[in-house]
Design a protein around this ligand. Structure first.
Ligand code: NAD
Ligand code: UD1
Length: 340
């Protein structure tokens, strides 16, 4: 059985990926410092999969502590999710973002070299395309100028991994550029559990629908789009998780040292369409007002999915209705998120 080290594995995307890996016959070791997730995720994973995954509460930046994981487990490949991801926060505490996101990646790569682990899948983001509106974004689209330190960490890590693979031909890197991951596990046991007031659309809508927040502000309705609100490529987190399994299988057979794939649906959904779909899922109106544009937002962002389809055999199965209904189930079953 092949063993995958999943850093950040108790987080939102990591935990859903652990389920997909387990369903596909992989053994999983999770490392997470719980800076943005809770131990309860491990219990939920056990309920869903019937397995108790090996878990280390370790900061990936701490190379010596992380070495123990490589010593105690025969790791075959790594999926590196561990990182800080709040765009606004990254503007306020840039050094924390650079040191955590880049430091953890370098530490993981050093240990991969030390223990002859060759394959790594990295969580990148569509944010590396910058503010270009030349959509759909293909993997060949030029990398843009990021608008915040979070985005730059993704941009820089992509470059670090390219250099790492160039220097050591045994290494194989897969950069996955996620578009907008949303939704939750069908059981309602796992989902996105942000601390404090959410910044992103789906967690915010969920909380307004559930009554914890009062009203959604739609950030601008004067964009050059069909209904004036921004279009995004929302992808169900369960589809996204499956994309990681495809990426690992691909790394086993490819000769290429670095491969890049967009993970999206290829479809743009407006803020108002997302809101309407959520109202349908929860069965009642969701209070909202139109506000000013949010600085840094682009009008339209969606993926070309051709390469992921052709090369990885990846195609998202779920649409906006399933994304909303799973979010709503998660919200109603866990109105205050998971307990610490
Ligand atoms: P998340 O915050 O839910 O998960 C990240 C996990 O990493 C958390 O459990 C956190 O505790 C852990 N972590 C952070 N720094 C760590 C460190 N130094 N050592 C050990 N653990 C650490 O976020 P997510 O939404 O699951 O995102 C996972 C990855 O995907 C991140 O790298 C994120 O930047 C990237 N990504 C996310 C999105 C998105 O919209 N959610 C989009 C594009 C890319
Ligand atoms: C945001 C980040 C992006 C990051 C991604 C990860 C910004 C500018 N961009 O993308 O770098 O990779 O999250 O998930 O923060 N909206 C509202 N009202 C709200 C919240 C959002 O109208 O209360 C709108 C936004 O204007 C946007 C859409 O909903 O048009 C989606 O927003 P969000 O979920 O924050 O994602 P992105 O901005 O696409």
């Amino acid at each position: 059985m092949s063993t995958v080290l999943v850093t950040g594995g108790s987080g939102y995307i990591g935990s859903h990926t652990v389920i997909s890996l387990s369903e596909n016959g992989y053994d999983v070791v999770i490392v997470d410092n719980l800076s943005n997730s809770k131990m309860e995720v491990l219990n939920r994973l056990e309920k869903i999969t019937g397995k108790r995954f090996k878990f280390y509460n370790i900061d990936c930046c701490d190379t010596d502590a992380l070495r123990k994981v490589f010593e105690e487990n025969k790791i075959d490949s790594v999926i590196h999710f561990a990182g800080l991801k709040a765009v606004g926060e990254s503007v306020k505490i840039p050094l924390d973002y650079y040191s955590n996101n880049i430091g953890s990646l370098i530490s993981v790569c050093r240990l991969m070299s030390e223990f002859n682990v060759n394959n790594i899948v990295f969580s990148s983001s569509a944010t590396v395309y910058g503010s270009s509106e030349d959509v759909p974004f293909t993997e060949e689209s030029p990398l843009g100028v990021c608008t915040n330190p979070y985005g730059w960490t993704k941009w820089m890590i992509e470059q670090i991994l390219r250099d790492y693979a160039k220097a050591d031909p045994s290494k194989k890197v897969c950069l996955l550029r996620y578009f907008n991951p949303v939704g939750a596990h069908e059981s309602g046991l796992l989902g996105e559990d942000p601390r404090g007031i959410p910044n992103n659309l789906f967690p915010y809508i969920s909380k307004v629908a559930g009554g914890t927040l009062d009203c959604l502000t739609v950030f601008g309705d004067d964009y050059d789009t069909p209904d004036g609100t921004c279009l995004r490529d929302y992808i169900h987190v369960v589809d996204l998780a499956q994309g990681h399994v495809k990426a690992l299988k691909f790394l086993d057979k490819t000769e290429d040292s670095v491969s890049v794939f967009n993970l999206g649906t290829g479809k743009g959904t407006s803020v108002l369409e997302a809101l309407n779909a959520f109202e349908k899922a929860c069965g009642h109106e969701i209070k909202h007002v139109i506000g000013p544009r949010r600085s840094g937002d682009i009008a339209v962002c969606y993926a070309s999915t051709a390469k992921a389809e052709e090369v990885l055999g990846f195609k998202a199965q779920y649409g906006i209705d399933e994304m909303c209904s799973s979010c709503w189930k998660w919200q109603t079953m866990n109105p205050e998120g998971l307990k610490d």
